[in-house]
Design a protein around this ligand. Structure first.
Ligand SMILES: *Cc1c(COP(=O)(O)O)cnc(C)c1O
Length: 549
């Protein structure tokens, strides 16, 4: 498999993999179709799906003047066989997915300071980067369901019941991706009173009849446990087809590859003096579940010249600890959790040891998509022994299985030096504390007048450190994952003492004004998975009746 090779300037014809198939990171199972992968989410052996072959975009340089949608199509068509989704259909899905964005560029790039640039990913319906993936995923679901339901009527139709837990961002982006879609119901569980006011309003003001907001008396972990119990329950699985939209869905990763290419080309247009086609760029990515930055790794493997992918974590720093030590360990970020307390010295930690930070969308104990990178690193290691490809793939799957088993049974695992070194060739990690996050918001506001959201600030601080560690001449694209108005608390905390700072005038988008006066639809439920199961049944039944089924 090739990596950053890009020297040849001739645009070779685009290599359409005749039939791109997928395999599980943990097993010997191969040959899954893209449709299976999208609708199932997680493989039967507990692994995650990855492409059997990472495609090379041999003509990527010829994409440089294309609009976002066409780059998206070119990227996706390397992963999705035309026999599964014909070209015209895929183009249509892509076009509809990004027509909902407020910026003509979809994901505009702006210069922040010196050689640091911000890739604004928050111009979608819910003002966070997850829209880039979930607008696409919603349309994909619809496409597959329409096809499966051709000629079927009433209760014979394949009806998908999406169930998810959210602490904020995923929920609203998933709801906006699925609202009004035929043959899909979506149930989104959030901890009652524990998501930010804007995020709660974004979810509960969506009134489409297929959208069901459930406010659980409990915390986020309780919501997640309920969702897990439902997926494990034979009864509901016998009557309802449950679907997931969480960040392990392969389609979400694929949709995120586009903006790595797109921003590279935007930089060419904006910095013609210092940045030429073929030059390397650095990306800094505020990371939680490792989905966003994994898309950057795929872009690199496809041929994009990337110097480093900087993983920016908050105080939930399992990824940073891995890249520093070679050990991937659940060790709680805050000791209180280990002692069973939820609050100590005013710092909150969840029961499982996740710390509540100012960048809540990155508050994780383990990063679910990291397993995918581990597979690629294990595969590279196996390949260095020079056996045949099938053997190497099996070997990688066994390695990943045993690591993940150790994570479950022993709370962690270590990898060989060669594996760690392979990871470090492409990745660098930085951990940014809450205080450093606030300082970064403050300093960028003072220096250039730009207001960063706290997640983006974590990325920018990591980008600034990387400039000092690596070359300052290399341009750094720092991913901006949310609009600052979504995280008003942290922004106000950082900027309250700045003279003349007025949140409403400076930050609040017009779309958020008056949201609190709109009609809401939300149902309170107890922290009891069987009660939630009852609500799911009842409400799907109601939808069927309303549709005349
Ligand atoms: C989800 C999210 C992240 C983390 O992205 P991962 O793909 O989980 O690494 C960062 N910032 C914001 C605002 C998010 O919503």
């Amino acid at each position: 498999m090739s990596n950053g090779a890009f020297a040849n300037g001739d645009a070779a014809p685009q290599t359409h993999t005749p039939s791109q198939r997928y395999l599980s990171t943990r097993g010997e199972d191969t040959g899954f179709s893209f449709e299976d992968v999208v609708l199932k989410g997680l493989a039967n052996d507990g692994g995650l799906y990855i492409p059997e072959e990472l495609p090379t975009a041999s003509d990527w340089q010829s994409w440089k003047d294309l609009p976002f949608n066409e780059i998206a199509y070119n990227v996706l068509s390397l992963y999705i066989s035309p026999s599964e989704i014909p070209a015209e259909d895929l183009k249509d899905i892509v076009n509809r997915s990004y027509a909902t964005f407020r910026s003509e560029d979809v994901t505009p790039l702006i210069n922040l300071q010196d050689n640091i640039h911000l890739l604004e990913l928050f111009h979608g319906p819910t003002f966070a980067f997850k829209d880039v993936a979930l607008q696409f995923l919603g349309n994909l679901f619809e496409y597959f369901l329409v096809r499966r339901n051709e000629g079927k009527t009433g209760r014979d139709r394949y009806h998908l019941t999406v169930v998810g837990a959210t602490s904020g961002d995923t929920g609203s982006a998933a709801i906006y991706g699925l609202r009004g879609k035929k043959d899909v119901s979506v149930f989104m569980l959030h901890p009652k009173g524990r998501v930010s006011p804007i995020q709660e309003l974004q979810m509960t003001t969506v009134l489409d009849s297929n959208v069901h907001n459930l406010a659980v008396t409990g915390n986020f972990d309780n919501c997640q446990d309920i969702v897990k119990a439902l997926f494990a329950d034979p009864e509901i699985n016998a009557t309802h087809k449950l679907g997931a939209v969480n960040s392990i869905n392969m389609a979400r990763i694929l949709a995120q590859i586009t903006y790595y290419f797109y921003s590279y080309f935007a930089l060419l247009r904006q910095q013609p003096e210092t940045f030429k086609l073929g030059d390397k760029v650095r990306f800094s990515v505020p990371s939680g579940n490792f989905g966003d930055i994994l898309a950057g790794y795929f872009a690199y493997r496809m041929g994009l010249p990337v110097e480093k992918l900087v993983i920016a974590t908050n105080e939930n720093d399992i990824l940073d600890r891995f890249f520093k030590t070679g050990r991937y360990e659940k060790k709680p970020a805050y000791g209180a959790a280990a002692e069973g307390g939820l609050e100590k010295d005013g710092v909150k930690a969840h029961e499982d040891g996740v710390k509540e930070t100012l960048s809540p969308a990155m508050d994780i104990l383990v990063s679910s998509n990291f397993e995918r990178l581990l597979w690629f690193l294990a595969y590279e290691f196996a390949s260095s022994a020079g056996m045949d490809d099938e053997w190497n793939k099996k070997q990688a799957g066994q390695e990943v299985s045993s690591w993940l088993n150790d994570l479950k049974s022993k709370g962690g695992f270590g990898v060989y030096k060669d594996v760690l070194e392979a990871g470090r060739r492409n990745f660098h990690s930085e951990r940014v504390s809450d205080q450093e996050t606030l300082d970064t918001i403050k300093s960028l506001y003072k220096e250039v007048g730009y207001v960063l959201d706290p997640h983006t600030a974590v990325g920018v601080e990591a980008a600034r450190r990387a400039v000092k560690i690596f070359s300052a001449n290399t341009h750094t694209i720092s991913l901006s994952t949310a609009h600052p108005a979504k995280f008003a608390g942290a922004v106000e905390q950082a900027l309250k003492d700045e003279e003349g700072f007025d949140f409403e005038a400076k930050v609040l988008p017009e779309e958020f004004v008056g949201l609190d006066k709109r009609e809401k639809r939300v149902r309170d439920v107890a922290n009891d998975w069987e009660a939630v199961r009852e609500v799911v049944r009842e409400q799907v039944e109601e939808e069927f009746k309303a549709a005349g089924y």
